[in-house]
Design a protein around this ligand. Structure first.
Ligand code: ADP
Ligand code: MG
Length: 254
């Protein structure tokens, strides 16, 4: 079978700091994987290695069955073999960051239609139409012509989700999408993410929202020092943790 995302024995170091230490995981189409773990355990690096914002040292990443081809440069460092393939694979991945990363000089709608028009060469009118639909979906259609700075954090993050959806990605990657929000704004973003999960989108979500992870995950993964320390269905994972480290983590984070 073809996985939406498959990672095999991924390794990544920064200097002599080993951050990802032989990590493997799979996500079937429509699955929602929530990744939890302490700060510094390698969660962001893992997501960044999937869309090559960080370059893995070794291991394999497959997106919809397509292997990201790597080669060694003159110094023996691992680099992507083909920029074309990197662009193609990135266009199948929607990424949402903790810090929204909207372009401040563009309106909300312009943010959403930028990649479809300029990267995917979608017709402008069609892109605008789709853009409005996506803003409706995340509940901020009335903000289409405003600039990001006039939106609340929750609205900005929903705009960032609409922007990530606009390229029609096969897999959505979320890196702590609610961590920089005021508590009262977290719910509106989680609600949008939950509706995406219910639509059957494949999502890999790094989060500290345990209740959310329990509710929407197909599988929960506990990352510790660059390795998967424990994984399981939400009910097993939260109600019957096996490892000392996960028990300890849950005791301080639930
Ligand atoms: P998490 O997202 O789980 O908090 P990260 O993946 O951001 O963890 O970081 C894991 C470790 O890798 C940390 O010790 C961090 O300081 C280090 N790290 C991350 N990115 C870099 C980088 N570009 N250069 C050097 N060290 C990095
Ligand atoms: Mg992080």
């Amino acid at each position: 079978m073809t996985y939406a995302l498959e990672i095999k024995n991924l390794k990544k170091s920064f200097g002599n700091l080993e951050v990802i230490r032989g990590l493997s995981l799979t996500a079937k189409k429509g699955e929602v994987l929530c990744i939890i773990g302490s700060s510094g355990s390698g969660k962001s690096t893992l997501l960044r290695c999937v869309n090559l914002l960080d370059i893995p040292d070794s291991g394999e990443v497959y997106v919809n069955g397509e292997l990201l081809k790597m080669k060694k440069d003159k110094k023996g460092k691992s680099i992507p073999a083909e920029q074309k393939q990197v662009d193609r694979i990135r266009s199948k991945l929607g990424m949402v960051f903790q810090s929204f990363n909207l372009w401040s000089h563009m309106t909300v709608l312009q943010n959403v239609i930028e990649a479809p028009i300029h990267v995917q060469k979608v017709d402008k009118e069609l892109a605008r139409k789709n853009g409005y639909l996506l803003l409706e979906k995340v509940g901020i259609a009335e903000k289409a012509d405003q600039y990001p700075s006039s939106l609340s954090g929750g609205q900005q993050q929903r705009a960032a989700i609409a922007r990530a959806l606009a390229i029609k990605p096969d897999v959505m990657l979320f890196d702590e999408p609610t961590s920089s929000l005021d508590p009262e704004l977290v719910g509106e973003v989680l609600k949008v993410m939950q509706s995406l999960a219910e639509e059957g989108r494949t999502m890999i979500i790094v989060t500290h929202e345990m209740g959310f992870a329990k509710e929407v995950s197909s599988k929960v993964i506990f990352l510790d020092q660059g390795r998967i320390e424990e994984e399981g269905t939400p009910s097993n994972f939260f109600n019957n943790p096996q490892t000392v480290r996960l028990k300890r983590f849950l005791a301080t984070n639930l």
